[in-house]
Design a protein around this ligand. Structure first.
Ligand code: SAH
Ligand code: SF4
Ligand code: F3S
Length: 465
């Protein structure tokens, strides 16, 4: 039998990128090779995101395109995995006009056996979703595909060796699911409750990565800093990871402001290998909106946490997520978000227009309070403009500085691309042999968001060091 090949296309957040690496790992253990393109694959999986409607629509279009590869001489299978698969279930089998498999994020261990059964069986077999607190399932189960949608409160993919795509930087999931119920958010319904991995397993994985020569890890979880497993909490785990021999950079995403403690700041400030970068999603700059979002903190509390971290690490690079046009957001509340942006001055910000997600609590807010699409769009555009201005001012002031850059890959338009400790992208000239190493690079100009730079000469390196 020839080796079967799996092609997985990934959408959504870092957790999904990491899940794709797990799926390749699971399939790899069963003899599958990874395919670089859908043309050469025996199984094509689309690992999807459900966070916003726009993301889902794009993916539905893409699934339609990929269906052209289905069947044929090799009986190529097309499947949908991830959060949208969990959300839409067998509805997706029907809607997209024919896929072979719909599998949620807790099912990946079953991929090899499911594919085997699909290749052998023609009979439709639809398992009903057993999804605690899931939005109402609208499954018809009419199509000939297979759905695997059960939540598994114990599934942490322990023991699975991910097949990693980068030899420079690794995603390390330490937590799956989420125990919060932010009223706009679909994640708890498609990924279930919070599950934390055993700290020793995490540390073993990080040690193995370091032995493979990977210098940077990013610890992942939806509320990564609420991590707790036995005697281990997040600050303790972060410190231990940062002290693994060979690991030179540790990042983590996303912390929830409520669990952002002084103790965590202390670890960030005292462990040299924890990067001077923090992504702290604020979502809104007004208490009333925050309350309706069920974020459980106030604007003042957020400012206080920013002050803690800036006091301990003055040059820290801060980033955030913000949603505009949340149901009931008034002009005044929106203006408060602009004020917060002006006050905090984030190095980076991911800015979104509220997207209604079926089954989430915000859908039950009074309909007459919903913000019209064009108002939300205008709010988003103004916020983006403000963010870009601030980001440019911050970055222009950094031109001339020398930064240690972890070289990640060839840049798209020639040269090399890497990141600073503060997670800023720098493009500079140099041989490909530098990839995977650290280089001292002087920032020579900025586009506003990213930098161009040049490598320091040996003399300069000595002077700076
Ligand atoms: N667990 C992370 C967020 C994961 S989703 C956290 O709590 O920070 C990433 C971002 O998508 C969120 O921070 C939020 O800003 C945005 N988002 C989530 N649901 C959304 C929705 N329904 N509409 C628009 N943006 C949304
Ligand atoms: Fe969604 Fe809130 Fe959980 Fe983040 S903390 S994943 S925004 S419910
Ligand atoms: Fe999207 Fe799922 Fe991540 S909904 S943002 S891929 S957890």
């Amino acid at each position: 039998m020839t080796t079967k090949r799996a092609y997985i296309e990934t959408y959504g957040c870092q957790m999904n990128i990491s899940d794709t690496e797990l799926m390749h790992g699971i399939l790899g253990e069963h003899g599958y090779a990874s395919a670089e393109t859908p043309e050469e694959a025996d199984v094509i999986l689309v690992n999807t995101c459900a966070i916003r409607d726009h993301a889902e629509q794009r993916v539905i279009g893409r699934i339609g395109q990929l269906q052209q590869y289905r069947g044929g001489e090799r009986n190529v299978l097309v499947g949908v995995t991830g959060c949208m698969a969990q959300r839409m279930g067998s509805d997706l089998l029907d809607r997209s006009g024919g896929v072979d498999l719909v599998m949620g994020p807790d099912g990946y261990r079953k991929l090899p056996e499911t594919l085997r059964s699909l290749w052998k069986e023609d009979e439709p077999k639809v398992e009903a979703p057993v999804a605690p607190a899931a939005p109402p399932a609208r499954s018809s189960g009419l199509s000939g595909g297979l759905t695997v949608l059960d939540f598994d409160p114990l599934e942490n993919y322990e023991g699975v060796r991910a097949r990693r795509t980068s030899a420079v930087s690794a995603w390390v999931p330490i937590q799956r699911g989420c125990n919060h119920r932010c009223t706009y958010c679909i994640v708890p319904y498609v990924r279930g409750g919070e599950k934390n991995r055993d700290a020793r397993e995490v540390l073993d994985e990080v040690r193995a990565l370091a032995e493979d020569g990977i210098p940077e890890v990013t610890l992942l979880g939806q509320t990564v800093n609420s991590y707790v497993a036995g005697d281990w909490d997040f600050p303790r785990l972060l410190r231990a990871v940062a002290r693994v021999d060979g690991i030179r950079r540790v990042r983590f995403t996303s912390p929830h402001p409520n669990d952002f403690s002084r103790e965590l700041v202390e670890v960030m400030a005292t462990e040299p290998h924890v990067c001077d970068q923090l992504h702290l999603p604020v979502q809104s700059g007004h208490d009333r909106t925050l309350k309706r979002m069920l974020r459980r903190y106030t604007v003042d509390a957020f400012h206080e946490k920013v002050a803690w971290v800036r006091e301990a690490i003055p040059h820290i690079a801060l980033s955030t997520d913000i949603i505009v046009g949340f149901p009931g957001e008034t002009d005044e509340e929106y203006e408060a978000t602009l004020d917060l942006m002006r006050e905090v001055r984030f190095d980076d910000a991911f800015l979104y227009k509220y997207s209604l997600r079926d089954g989430t609590p915000a859908t039950r807010l009074p309909e007459d309070q919903f913000v019209p699409g064009e108002v939300a769009q205008a709010r988003l555009e103004r916020l983006i403009e403000l963010h870009r201005e601030i980001q440019k001012e911050i970055n222009v002031a950094q031109v001339g500085k020398v930064e240690e850059v972890l070289v990640e890959r060839p840049a798209r338009r020639g040269g090399l691309q890497g990141r600073t400790d503060g997670n800023k992208v720098v493009v500079f000239e140099g041989p490909a042999s530098l990839i995977g190493g650290f280089e001292r690079v002087r920032l020579t100009s900025t586009t506003g968001a990213t930098f161009a730079g040049e490598r320091c000469s040996i003399d300069e390196v000595a002077r700076v060091a």
